[in-house]
Design a binder for this molecule. Sequence first.
Ligand code: SF4
Ligand code: SF4
Length: 356
Amino acid sequence: VDVKQRKTDIGPPHYKNFLPPVIQKNYGDWKTHEILSPGLMVHIANSGDKIWTVRVASPRLLSTDTLREIAELAEKYCDGYLRFTTRNNIEFLVSDESKVKPLMDELTAKKYMIGGIGSRVSNIVHTQGWIHCHSAAVDASALVKCIMDEFADYFTTKETPNKVRFAVACCTNMCGAVHCSDIAFVGIHRKIPRIDHDNFKNLCELPTTMAACPTAAITPDPAKKSVKINADKCMYCGNCFSVCPALPIADPENDGVAIVVGGKVGNLRKPPMFSKLAVAYLPNNPPRWPEVVKATRKIFDAYVAGAKKHERVGEWIERIGWEKFFAVTGLPFTFQHIDDWTYAFKTFRTTTQFKW
Ligand code: SF4
Ligand code: SF4
């Protein structure tokens, strides 16, 4: 395929057009790589060619000024080549070794946080939150800032038994990688949508609204020319609000954050794992979410202290058992843990088999 010629109006241009020349030249022919420091690694090709990667954290939502600054740094040190990882790290791809140190010096001077490579905390993948989404139960970006502030030293210097991937999703629709991250946060609603009967007939279509509900909790209310919601069936997902603005679900008093743990994407040693419920509810407490940060610290510290080298969080919990997980983290075991609504038979043992 002549990728340079590829033109499409149904997606981005071919990715190979954006690879640095040294990667294009040695494509599929790499010998090894080495982590030189927490934010620096080198890949070595069979031909002897090398490329250095310098990783910095980003808050994902970047100002135009910051984007321009990043682009200018890439022009100056990397012939314009950089990439964003799936977890919103920025990686500068340097082909000339003599430019590595000056780039790192300038990044440090400009207060970018260098690190995140290897067995440590990476940047946090997260969703949009209150910035643009309709069904958010938490401000994802702000919560990310609080978590990253707490664990920044594990990005820049300190090591963990294996990589620790955090994720934040601002509602249970979970556009983030919450289901497959080591420690993850989900914004949750806990009350059914409020029905604005006066506006329903002006703003919403009945068939679309009913069809949007995954649990068939919404039925017509002909007398009001509106709808009814069966509270027993509602799982507070917010899907109906996506199609009908007369069913707002956001609730400053009752919305909160759940923590799930033990997921991973990689299939090294063990197959990929789904996250499981660790904390069913913590209050939504901006701007610093102290309860969420404190609970995360308990999980993180217990993992760092108790895991064997190379164990991911899920592997560590599997080895010690969920009963011990709750004991060593000091997190309360609550009734919500017994019937975990998503993966009931893959998570905890059922009530009678759960042994304290
Ligand atoms: Fe919107 Fe939910 Fe996705 Fe957040 S996780 S961006 S609130 S759909
Ligand atoms: Fe249905 Fe979800 Fe709306 Fe509840 S919040 S009524 S489950 S669509």
